[in-house]
Write a protein that binds this ligand. Structure first.
Ligand code: GLU
Length: 277
């Protein structure tokens, strides 16, 4: 029995790639007799909009999906993330980072770093900075992020692994993500921390999501271990592409589900087209 989830961010309208991902999760739950859970990932209040969340419910219902109620909205659960953050803090694996984006860019350029990663890793500037310098800047009102000291955290956690239904047994290598940001001065969580906490609190034992998030699992396994949470099974599924191989999600102007609906596409036809007929 697998309890699964679909966890969209309400930053725009859902497109065919989201439909595939939601149907994939719902189908994995249904065929195993498990629960299908929905989560609205709205911690980034600058980019999320309530009308997009409403549209998610409408579009998924149109697709013929039903999900467990109530739906968890991340913005309503900051206390859960604060509690998890306090646990990590007690382990001594977090540090305050006062670097600006420009600081980080400059430092990376100077180090001539990491051309193979799409986003260069944070070079650890504030981990090495004198503690009183960081404290002074924070006391003077500087914004800061809380970063994970990934080497220290990995040393505490020991070996990490997950079982991936598509890719087989995996060794988690959280250092691939560097000293990731886990919270900010005003927001006690990040994507990684919230997902880790929520998947546990929502009782998810099979995380299904696109291959674009495969790398995130390396870090989320580490957070699970540090927080004393079990590691679920994972299934990172294929990403839909258009005929010239471009990823749908990234492509400006790829039609939303509501565009398709308005143009007369039937939900059953779309489901069939996506392999869930
Ligand atoms: N909210 C994330 C997104 O829309 C997905 C999170 C996840 O599945 O872990 O890309």
């Amino acid at each position: 029995m697998s309890d699964t989830r679909f966890a969209p961010s309400p930053t725009g309208y859902l497109h065919r790639g989201h439909a595939f991902s939601a149907l994939f999760a719902a189908e994995a739950a249904r065929t195993s007799g498990g629960r299908f859970v929905l989560r609205i990932e709205d911690i980034d209040q600058g980019r999320c909009r309530p009308e997009f969340a409403d549209a998610i419910f409408e579009d998924l219902a149109w697709l013929g999906l039903t999900w467990e109620k109530p739906v968890r909205r991340q913005s309503a659960h900051m206390a859960d993330y604060r509690a998890a953050l306090a646990k990590l803090e007690a382990l001594g694996v977090l540090y305050k980072c006062v670097c600006t984006r420009a600081d980080i860019k400059r430092e990376i350029a100077a180090a001539g770093a990491a051309p193979h990663l799409s986003e260069p890793l944070y070079p650890g500037t504030c981990r090495k900075r004198a503690a009183n310098e960081v404290a002074d800047r924070v006391a003077n009102g500087a914004s800061y992020a809380l970063r994970l000291d990934v080497a220290a955290a990995a040393a505490i956690a020991g070996p990490l692994a997950w079982r991936d239904r598509a890719a087989g047994p995996q060794t988690a290598r959280p250092e691939l993500l560097g000293d990731a940001v886990l919270a900010r001065k005003d927001v006690p969580t990040s994507y990684h921390l919230a997902v880790t906490v929520d998947d546990h609190l929502q009782g998810i034992d099979l995380v299904t999501r696109g291959q674009d998030l495969f790398v995130a699992t390396h870090l989320q396994c580490l957070l699970q271990k540090l927080l004393g949470l079990p590691t679920p099974a994972y299934h990172h599924h294929k990403l839909l592409t258009d005929p010239d191989g471009q990823r749908l999600a990234k492509r400006a102007g790829s039609p939303s589900l509501r565009d398709l609906r308005a143009a007369g596409t039937a939900a059953t036809a779309l489901r069939g087209d996506l392999g869930f007929g």
